[in-house]
Design a protein around this ligand. Sequence first.
Ligand code: GLP
Length: 245
Amino acid sequence: MRLIEVENYQEMSEKVCQLMINRITDLTKPVLGLATGSTPERLYQLLVEVNQKDVVSFQDVTTFNLDEYIGLEATDPNSYRYYMNDKLFNHIDIPDEQTHIPNGRADDSEQECARYEALIQQVGGIDIQLLGLGLNGHIGFNEPGTSFKQKTHVVELEESTRKANARFFESIDDVPTHAITMGINTIMQSKEIMLMVSGEKKAGALDRLLNGEVTEEFPASILNEHDHVTIVADKAALLTSSKTK
Ligand code: GLP
């Protein structure tokens, strides 16, 4: 794993933006795996800026998001489809049909998982998968205990994850109980992974990822077994890790 240490959130976002521009420029038909949450928000603003300045085009880019809540309409401001349209897709030159997010309103969620997984295979897999880190080590919505062999599947969200994400909703009762997420196996098949970690509250999780054992009890730990992972983390997130070094 390559670890890039940066000063703060802004620098982390700029660094990942630059790495992504390089890859998008190098590849003929880049396939990006995208994440939601607070962590990539600034990155998406920067990508919008560089696209609008014609530094990079997304016309030949295909995207697959990691996950989606079950039960929310695409028009619901808390759905990840809404988040992605609002923060990125509506402001860049990517054709709508090249942006993919699991359908959280599908009649049959299991079938939707299979369809999503097949679609990723059809385009030849993900070139660069962007990840954030959950407080309990989740990536996508793969909660502790999820088998490393899982492909895209339905998950029941942990209470701690629902609480962490309740800030976006009116109350915790409004946070869906289930989601569709790419599995650990899906994520690990990506050719390259970029993990963004910022802020002191993530320090414990990052420390466990860097210094702990590989275990299904801490899903992100599997990244230690991927050949091409870059972690871009700021000083606050690395606080605990540097103390133990
Ligand atoms: C959420 C998302 C993940 C995200 C993570 C961290 O629950 N499902 O894709 O990476 O948790 O979120 P944040 O960046 O807001 O800390």
